[in-house]
Write a protein that binds this ligand. Structure first.
Ligand code: ATR
Length: 277
């Protein structure tokens, strides 16, 4: 019988994951089917258990269920532990194992696809919500020179930095929290937008000179042009949306489930082409 996987969320109709995993499966010759599950807001756990009972092998979890998936997972592996959020569930024997592949996806997109090494760089991460928690540990492990977390609500950035500072794997000298207003006069080599501001056509209030010469501006939002990327382009900086991260996190999930790492470049190319049509 063909192994069954799906992405579960609310809403979920817009998700590109079925397309991505179908392409991975074709390219690697894996026999699997990948669908979509729209779970009621209060019905996430039941939907997961029903899918597993019907023989499902694994799920990708999207908004708003990533925190709940962390609680549903009986075992949390690797980066999921600290992130407090799970985007991949695998059903192994009697256990529901939770993983978080978002941070690895971001790091791979930056370092391999965009050739923006993180080691020794000054990184500014905007936002202190779930998206930031999800990527923090893999980002810090790349040993940037510094990571500043800026957030509209400063206390949340302070809390995030405090939380990761306590983890052995996240020890970094220049790890700090700032309000946007306190960024004046500072510059960064990689500026990552992990806020949801772009979804409302807004952007955090960045000072004019925030992008160092040669900087990369990265927005985790994909499939739409955000004011932050317009800001970067207007200043002649390199910029990228989160499509590459989406495909890379999917490749990591695929590897967890199937033990095979698919090539990502052809999938990213195909999705970009489709988006431009
Ligand atoms: P997610 O799980 O996607 O990170 P979230 O937990 O709701 O979503 O967090 C959204 C993040 O985007 C927060 O850091 C939020 O800032 P606040 O903590 O101050 O709310 C940030 N954000 C949303 N809209 C924003 C805007 N217009 N300007 C700046 N930051 C914004």
């Amino acid at each position: 019988m063909t192994d069954q996987y799906a992405v579960i969320g609310n809403p979920v109709a817009h998700s590109l994951s079925p397309q991505i995993h179908a392409q991975f499966a074709r390219a690697t010759g894996q026999d699997l089917a990948y669908g979509r599950i729209l779970a009621p807001r209060e019905g996430f756990r039941d939907a997961v258990l029903a899918f597993r009972a019907a023989g499902g092998k694994g799920l990708n979890v999207t908004l708003p269920f990533k925190h709940e998936a962390w609680r549903v997972a009986g075992v949390r592996s690797g980066f999921a532990l600290a992130a407090g959020a799970v985007n991949t569930l695998s059903f192994e024997g009697g256990s529901i194992v939770g993983h978080n592949t978002d941070g690895i996806g971001l790091v791979r997109d930056l370092t391999q696809n965009l050739r923006a090494g993180i080691r020794g760089k000054r990184v500014l991460l905007m936002g202190a919500g779930g998206a930031s928690y999800g990527v923090m540990e893999p980002l810090l492990r790349e040993q940037p020179e510094s990571v500043v977390v800026a957030n509209r609500t400063l206390e949340k950035a302070v809390e995030l930095v405090g939380y990761f500072e306590k983890l052995q794997s996240c020890a970094l000298q220049g790890f700090s929290a700032r309000a946007y207003g306190a960024l004046a006069g500072t510059q960064y080599d990689i500026v990552i937008n992990a806020t949801s501001a772009g979804l409302e056509g807004a952007m955090p209030p960045l000072p004019e000179e925030i992008l160092a010469p040669g900087a990369l501006a990265y927005d985790m939002v994909y499939a739409r042009r955000t004011p932050f990327l317009d800001f970067a382009q207007a200043r002649g900086a390199r910029f990228a949306d989160g499509l590459g991260m989406l495909v890379e996190q999917a490749a990591e999930s695929f590897d967890i489930w199937r033990g095979v790492r698919p090539e990502t470049a052809p999938v990213i190319r195909a999705l970009r082409q489709k988006a431009e049509e």
